[in-house]
Design a protein around this ligand. Sequence first.
Ligand SMILES: Cc1cc2nc3c(=O)[nH]c(=O)nc-3n(C[C@H](O)[C@H](O)[C@H](O)COP(=O)(O)O)c2cc1C
Length: 143
Amino acid sequence: MKTLVVYDSAYGNTAKIAEAIAEGLGTKALHISKFKKEYLKSMKLLVVGSPIQGWRPLEGMNQWLDAFSGSQLKNIKVTSFDTRMKVFFHGDAALKILGRLVDKGGSKLVDPKVFFVKGKEGPLFDGEMERAIEWGKELGKKL
Ligand SMILES: Cc1cc2nc3c(=O)[nH]c(=O)nc-3n(C[C@H](O)[C@H](O)[C@H](O)COP(=O)(O)O)c2cc1C
């Protein structure tokens, strides 16, 4: 596997965005629980996303990131995304995730991307799935 989208999700909206990014990129999306470190062997690009909860990524995503050693993502391009609400104090998950991926040796391909839900459990705003597919295509071209 040369590219992969890995996500965490509480209500399924981030999972849908991850699937759409993967569709655009021509790869698959995996929940963090399905990820195996051996997938990193031939990896060129890792795209990682989580919803924002309490201004930060889900705890499961934080733990998943913690499990990588200091330089384990060396030679792998990385980027990230999150889903969030259109509120004033939204916090950030995507930037935090990208920072952690770079700390683990990854090199940033592009800035993180954000996608919006209408309420805590969703649904996604209209057009977000299309935007995610488009972003996946752009990532593929940049690689
Ligand atoms: C407990 C809780 C805390 C949340 N905190 C934030 C927040 O700080 N900022 C924000 O923009 N959205 C927040 N949200 C909304 C989530 O971002 C939203 O539930 C998420 O995008 C949905 O994605 P998911 O279906 O993949 O879980 C929160 C939601 C919950 C349930």
